[in-house]
Design a protein around this ligand. Structure first.
Ligand SMILES: NC(=O)C1=CN([C@@H]2O[C@H](COP(=O)(O)OP(=O)(O)OC[C@H]3O[C@@H](n4cnc5c(N)ncnc54)[C@H](O)[C@@H]3O)[C@@H](O)[C@H]2O)C=CC1
Ligand SMILES: O=C(CO)COP(=O)(O)O
Length: 345
């Protein structure tokens, strides 16, 4: 049993987004007895969730509890809530939350579980939410992240994540709401570090997929994960993150999962590119999001703007958007100037 404050039991919760992660988290909360209002974008998905009690498109095979209420009324889902969980793909978060931001109460805690960096603004999701939800400050905002495939959480596979908030009370509250015996939740204070770890690992996961698609070895993958972490940390430091965040669940934890797990959409895209397929064909076939594809563009531009050395991420950008051949990219990375391994800080 997880010991919770009695006041937590009555938390009114709205969930925005019913992809695989939104559905897995909404169901996790519903299974703990919370009544969940759940905004579902597609009419047919919402209807199926209502009638069959299943989200067959994004999380097939998972029975939804009766206290999970699918809805098409975005304002109603977010208004009058103690906690609103936002789990939309990052590129639609602004437009979605702009629509309903004014309906969110002034004391509602807002939790973001999306992983990405906006292309136009280079903002992480906490930055986007602060811009579009009137009156939202970092005191009421938290980020839920860490190594967590939706399908495994839905199967109640033991999973450990972290909640980041600039306000320790907010982090502790969100921790209590989400924690279950199979979903352990830590807290940290470094929001930007947690979000950058979560977002940039998707770009590195594409690279890990490419390595597998090319049929290379475990040495290569271990090197990629290690040097990928160096890049994530460098960008994080340039953007004000705390270095130790990247040794935690939001950093190396999620990086390992996504670079080694076959369930990763980012890894899968990379693998198919490594096998010679074209990005536009892959995207046309996919109904789910592989955040790393868009984040690669943000990271490329950010790293150049900030003068941060990120050769793997930049190679993935050229591979995705300039048709750089994977083998050529690898050769270029392996024959860069020889240097000392570790950064000064
Ligand atoms: N699936 C997973 O295992 C995990 C996903 N995440 C993150 O959660 C976020 C959401 O991803 P998933 O739930 O996996 O999504 P998904 O890829 O399973 O589904 C796509 C979602 O986008 C929605 N959508 C499409 N167009 C839309 C629009 N114009 N406006 C609003 N919604 C629209 C769909 O309704 C659906 O909910 C992403 O940032 C992802 O990186 C984080 C941890 C785990
Ligand atoms: O972020 C994830 C697990 O923590 C999910 O990764 P993918 O989006 O690559 O499937």
């Amino acid at each position: 049993m997880i010991m919770r404050d009695a006041s937590i039991e009555t938390t009114a919760i709205g969930v925005v987004g019913a992809g695989s992660w939104g559905t897995a988290l909404a169901q996790l909360l519903a299974s703990q007895g919370f009544s969940i209002d759940h905004w579902v974008y597609e009419d047919e998905v919402r209807e199926q969730m209502r009638t069959d009690r299943e989200n067959g498109r994004f999380l097939p095979g998972v029975r939804l509890s009766d206290n999970l209420h699918p809805s098409g009324d975005l304002d109603a889902v977010v208004s009058g809530k103690d906690l609103v969980l936002v789990v939309t793909p990052s590129h639609v978060t602004r437009q979605t939350m702009q629509r309903c931001g004014p309906a969110i109460d002034a004391d509602t805690i807002v939790v973001s579980a999306s992983k990405g960096i906006e292309n136009q603004t280079h903002l992480t999701m906490s930055g986007v939410l602060t811009e579009v939800i009137p009156g939202l400050t970092d005191q009421r905002l938290a980020v839920l992240t860490g190594p967590s495939f939706a399908r495994e959480v839905a199967r109640q596979v033991p999973t450990v994540v972290t909640v980041a908030s600039g306000n320790p009370d907010t982090a502790a509250y969100v921790q209590q709401v989400f924690a279950t015996p199979y979903f352990r939740v830590y807290t940290i204070e470094d929001v930007i570090g947690a979000e950058l770890g979560a977002s940039v690992k998707n770009v590195i996961a594409i690279a890990a997929g490419v390595i597998d698609g090319l049929g290379l070895g475990l040495n290569t993958r271990a090197a990629l994960i290690t040097r990928g972490l160096v890049e994530i940390r460098r960008l994080g430091l340039a953007m004000g993150a705390q270095p130790r965040t990247f040794t935690g669940l939001a950093g190396v934890g999620d990086l390992i999962l996504t670079c080694t797990g076959d369930l990763s959409r980012n890894h899968t895209i990379g693998k198919q590119i490594g096998q010679g397929r074209k990005l536009k064909d892959l995207l046309a076939e996919m109904h789910m999001v592989a955040e790393g594809v868009k984040t690669a563009r943000s990271v490329y531009n950010l790293s150049r703007k900030l003068g941060v050395e990120m050769p793997i991420s930049q190679a993935i950008y050229h591979l995705l958007y300039d048709d750089l051949d994977p083998k050529t990219a690898l050769h270029q990375l392996m024959t860069r100037d020889l240097k000392q391994e570790l950064d000064e800080i």
